[in-house]
Design a protein around this ligand. Structure first.
Ligand SMILES: Cc1cc2nc3c(=O)[nH]c(=O)nc-3n(C[C@H](O)[C@H](O)[C@H](O)COP(=O)(O)O)c2cc1C
Length: 205
C-alpha cells in the first residue's frame, strides 16, 4: 500500500511546527527488522521516490547534499551479491561469503554513499549528514510499514567491493539500508540506560 506524502512546503514559506504526537509514539516503539526476515513486498518505485525525498530532508550544513544513493533490486542485486561472493571465495573467506545472506534475502537494498565536497564545511559534518540520511531512510521505511535494517558489513569497507559499487576517491559507504516486509515481528532488544550517559557541564576553573 503506497502512502501519499504531503507536498513539501514552498521554499521560503513559513513551516507549520505543530506537535506530531504520532511521531513520538513511533520513536518510542520503532525497531529494525532482521535483514534475513525481509521478503516481498518491498517499497514500490513510488514509495522509493517518497523515501528518498524524506531521507534528503536532513540537516546538511552548507546545503552541499554530500550523499548519493545506489539502488539494488531484482537480478542486479543478485549479480552484485554474486560478485561479492566471488571476492570472498577468492580470499577463502567463508564468513564473509555467509554474511551476504543479509544482502541477498531482502528484496531492496539502498546504499547511502557519503560524498564529501571540497568546501569550508568540515568533512566530519558532511559524513554526519550522511548518517542522518541513513537514519531518516530507516525511520521513513519503518513508518511506511516496511521492515528495514541499516548494515555496513565487510563490503562497506572493502576496496574491491567499493570498486564494484562505483565509489570514487573520497566516497564512503554510510550504510546499506535493507528493506522489505518482515516475516516475523522483531523482538525488542536491550536499550541503554540514559542516566549514566548524561552529565551537566560545570565550570572547573
Ligand atoms: C553504521 C551502522 C552500521 C551497522 N552495521 C551493522 C551490520 O553490519 N550488521 C548488523 O547486524 N548490524 C549492524 N548495525 C546495527 C543495526 O542497524 C541496528 O542498529 C540493530 O539491528 C538494532 O536496530 P534498532 O535499534 O533500530 O532496533 C549497524 C548500525 C549502524 C548505525
Amino acid at each position: 500500500m503506497t502512502i501519499a506524502l504531503p507536498l513539501a512546503p514552498d521554499f521560503g514559506s513559513p513551516v507549520d511546527l505543530a506537535p506530531v504526537p504520532e511521531v513520538l509514539t513511533f520513536l518510542a516503539r520503532r525497531r529494525s527488522a532482521s535483514a534475513v526476515s525481509l521478503s516481498e513486498p518491498a517499497p514500490s518505485a513510488e514509495d522509493i521516490d517518497s523515501l528518498l525525498r524524506l531521507a534528503t530532508r536532513v540537516p546538511d550544513h552548507g546545503k552541499l547534499s554530500p550523499w548519493r544513493f545506489v539502488l539494488f533490486q531484482g537480478p542486479e542485486k543478485t549479480r552484485f551479491a554474486d560478485r561479492l561472493e566471488a571476492l570472498a571465495q577468492a580470499r577463502g573467506d567463508a564468513t564473509a561469503a555467509a554474511k551476504l545472506a543479509k544482502l541477498r534475502i531482502p528484496p531492496l537494498a539502498i546504499a547511502v554513499i557519503s560524498t564529501p565536497k571540497a568546501a569550508s564545511i568540515p568533512q566530519w559534518e558532511q559524513e554526519l549528514s550522511a548518517g542522518a540520511v541513513c537514519t531518516t531512510l530507516l525511520y521513513a521505511a519503518l513508518a511506511m510499514g516496511f521492515g528495514a535494517n541499516w548494515i555496513t558489513d565487510w563490503y562497506a569497507y572493502d576496496a574491491e567491493a567499493g570498486a564494484l559499487l562505483g565509489l570514487t576517491p573520497g566516497e564512503k559507504v554510510a550504510g546499506f539500508l535493507l528493506m522489505g516486509t518482515p516475516r516475523e515481528a522483531p523482538l525488542e532488544r536491550e536499550r541503554p540506560n540514559v542516566a549514566p550517559l548524561v552529565s551537566h557541564w560545570r565550570d572547573q576553573a
